[in-house]
Design a binder for this molecule. Structure first.
Ligand code: MG
Length: 263
């Protein structure tokens, strides 16, 4: 052992010299280039330029990229009855008016994601109460109803009044005008998606509604197709694009200025 220590000492002396001890050299700290000073232009995106469209004269009029679904004159240009035959709804004073017993009408074109503008008017002559007064509805993709109802001084269940996603979400506020006055819905709809082998939503439908310019449904998650009795089905028919449907609920409700923008 003593011999081994002497040999080690001799070796170190040879390598470092007498009186020197081994030293570890500290690496110089890394130097990175100074980051370039941010300027306003660095976060500006110029291309491609945002598509230019022309707005309507008023917010009720179609923008230049909208599809007009009713222009005040011809029912059959864009609509059929539910079987695909000419509709029995009538045009009166520039409005498309439901006829008791004529059934729902549906748009000839089908849509996926969209912004829909539609104006509606319940009869000025008030008859009936609750769900029996000025009832109609706007069905999105033929499955999800935004309720149309005379909800001016007319109590009914809150998730069935005007502006409700029927039996799912009441409107945030009741902003209804008097019966006989025109009202607007602006509806933004995001269609559901489905997995490859699934009949449940991968992502459910979502709906935003403004009534008379006021937000009444804020991006709500639709639970399933509208049901009158019972809760929405969990397993549903897979579906793609669908028509806009307008409901005949036995009351003469008028519609006008119907236009849609595909998103
Ligand atoms: Mg209805």
């Amino acid at each position: 052992m003593k011999k081994l220590l002497i040999i080690s000492s001799m070796l170190l002396t040879c390598v470092y010299g007498i009186g020197q001890t081994p030293q570890t050299t500290k690496p110089a700290p890394l130097k990175f280039p100074e980051p370039e000073k941010m300027t306003p232009g660095m976060t500006e995106i110029w291309e491609p330029e945002v598509k230019i469209i022309q707005p309507g004269v008023t917010n009720s009029d179609a923008s230049s990229d909208a599809i007009v679904l009713f222009n005040g004159t011809d029912v059959n240009a864009q609509w059929t009855d539910i079987q695909g035959n000419p509709s029995k709804w009538i045009v009166k004073d520039g409005a498309l008016v439901s006829v008791r017993g004529a059934g729902y009408i549906k748009s000839k074109r089908k849509f996926q994601n969209f912004q829909l503008h539609i104006e509606w008017k319940t009869p000025s002559e008030v008859t009936g109460e609750s769900q029996g007064r000025g009832n109609s509805g706007v069905f999105l993709q033929e499955l999800y109803e935004v309720q149309v109802l005379d909800s001016y001084d007319n109590r009914t269940y809150r998730n069935g009044q005007a502006g409700s996603i029927y039996k799912q979400y009441p409107p945030l506020v009741n902003v209804c005008r008097k019966p006989g006055e025109w009202q607007t819905y602006d509806i933004i709809y995001t269609a559901p998606t489905f997995g490859n082998d699934s009949t449940v939503y991968a992502t459910p439908p979502r709906v935003t509604v403004l009534q008379n310019g006021v937000l009444i449904q804020n991006n709500v998650i639709v639970r399933g197709p509208t049901e009158y009795i019972g809760i929405p089905e969990y397993f549903i028919r897979r579906h793609g694009p669908g028509s806009i449907e307008l409901q005949d609920h036995g009351n003469p409700v008028g519609y006008r200025n119907i236009w849609i923008r595909e998103l």
